[in-house]
Design a binder for this molecule. Structure first.
Ligand SMILES: [Zn+2]
Ligand SMILES: [Zn+2]
Length: 90
């Protein structure tokens, strides 16, 4: 999966522990993006590059685009209709 806006490759996270995924999502919603990245690297064993790619596309407030703050669908994976950025909701 690639972000249509920045071309960034989003790693496959289907094998990720749902509890871990929820933890990272919660960290990002609290504004703790660095902590979220560290969780993916430390607890899930991801590379720093993969962790950063995902964290930079996780929505901080559901329904708001990560990049342009425009309204987006409140689903797990959505593409912003305004800026085409991929938004992941964990
Ligand atoms: Zn992107
Ligand atoms: Zn957007």
């Amino acid at each position: 999966m690639n972000c249509p806006r920045c071309g960034c490759a989003i790693p496959d996270f289907s094998g990720l522990d749902p509890a871990l995924r929820a933890r990272v999502g919660a960290q990002v919603r609290l504004g703790h993006c660095v902590a979220g990245t560290q969780t993916l690297v430390g607890a899930a064993g991801w590379s720093m590059r993969d962790a950063k790619a995902v964290v930079s596309h996780l929505v901080a407030s559901p329904g708001r685009c990560r990049k342009c703050r425009g309204p987006v669908a409140d689903t797990d994976v959505t593409e912003c209709p305004r800026c085409r950025s991929l938004n992941l909701l964990w």
